[in-house]
Write a protein that binds this ligand. Structure first.
Ligand SMILES: [Zn+2]
Length: 308
């Protein structure tokens, strides 16, 4: 069954935008890759390839950055979430600068790029990381926990001590088109009080109301308002999906996160990978493997071509 085979994009597709933190313009291209190649970021200006895996995470402050041999790519989580959410296993993500463009602050522009490219089915079964035992990271009242489950689900509870975002939570089970429908369009957000502090640190130079929700003490500053009443929690789910995509393959398990961020999510990925009793890697070689795996492959509203 083709639906259990790995997928890549069917052709090269590009977009251009500024980096949220660097403020620098960059062009991003999604390009086809062979079976088992996984997702790889390519710094075209430096000629350096960086596999999108936890072992290459070099920074988790505000965004997740990958690095190798002195070359870095920052803010990889939204494009990683989109590729994972669309069931793409192998792809070259080419970028000609140090940061992935922020575009509208959500993963929707990247899911649109995948739709535009179309999907090519590769001649190899998908690989999954199956969680067999609960693993968790705790830090005060913050929690990131992966536990065994059918399929892949994420639940996030946020509490920023803010009148608009107190105790907001969102839960989603991935599969079918749940990522596109419920998660992809949720934008990144920041507090007005934090903007000056971030810009003094040289961050958020590219930030604007075009690519982030900005909240002051009691209101949303964006004139168009929110895309979902719980857009903040949905975006944290989006970030967590992008962070867990750095396992290097889709996960079969349930993520329960309370106030976690990129650093805690990556610490959880590292802890799972370091514990052979807590996980196994399964390759689906046929439909018969599917029930045992308890996984669902995201459906696509676009035609799947054949690699043959
Ligand atoms: Zn984000």
């Amino acid at each position: 069954m083709a639906s259990w085979n790995q997928r890549t994009v069917a052709k090269r597709v590009s977009c251009t935008g500024v980096g949220l933190h660097s403020g620098r313009p960059a062009t991003l291209t999604l390009a086809p890759a062979p079976a088992d190649a996984g997702i790889t970021f390519v710094r075209m200006d430096l000629g350096v390839e960086i596999p999108a895996r936890n072992e290459h995470v070099v920074d988790t402050m505000l965004s997740t950055s990958l690095g190798r041999g002195g070359a870095r790519v920052a803010t990889v989580e939204h494009v990683m979430a989109a590729l994972h959410g669309m069931g793409i296993d192998a792809c070259r993500v080419e970028v000609d600068g140090p940061e992935i463009p922020i575009l509208d602050g959500s993963a929707a522009p990247f899911t649109c790029l995948v739709q535009e490219a179309g999907v090519k089915v590769l001649p190899a079964g998908k690989r999954y990381l199956v969680v067999d035992q609960p693993v968790e990271i705790r830090d005060g009242d913050k929690l990131a926990r992966l536990e065994p489950a059918d399929g892949f689900s994420v639940s996030f509870t946020a509490d920023f001590g803010h009148p608009l975002i107190t105790d907001q939570s969102f839960q989603v089970k991935l599969g079918e088109r749940a990522f596109e429908r419920e998660v992809a369009r949720a934008r990144t957000f920041c507090f007005r009080r934090d903007i000056e502090r971030m810009q003094a640190m040289g961050l958020a130079k590219g930030g604007s109301l075009e690519n982030a929700i900005v909240v002051d003490e009691f209101s949303i500053l964006n004139p168009e308002g929110l895309r979902f009443p719980d857009e903040f929690a949905r975006h944290k789910v989006l970030d967590a999906i992008g962070d867990l995509a750095l396992f290097g393959m889709p996960v079969v398990g349930a993520l329960v996160a309370v106030k976690s961020g990129h650093a805690m999510n990556q610490a959880l990925v590292k802890k799972v990978l370091a514990d052979p009793a807590a996980h196994r890697v399964v390759r689906v070689t046929g439909e018969a493997d599917a029930p045992a795996l308890r996984a669902k492959v995201p459906a696509l509203a676009i035609h799947e071509g054949s690699a043959a």
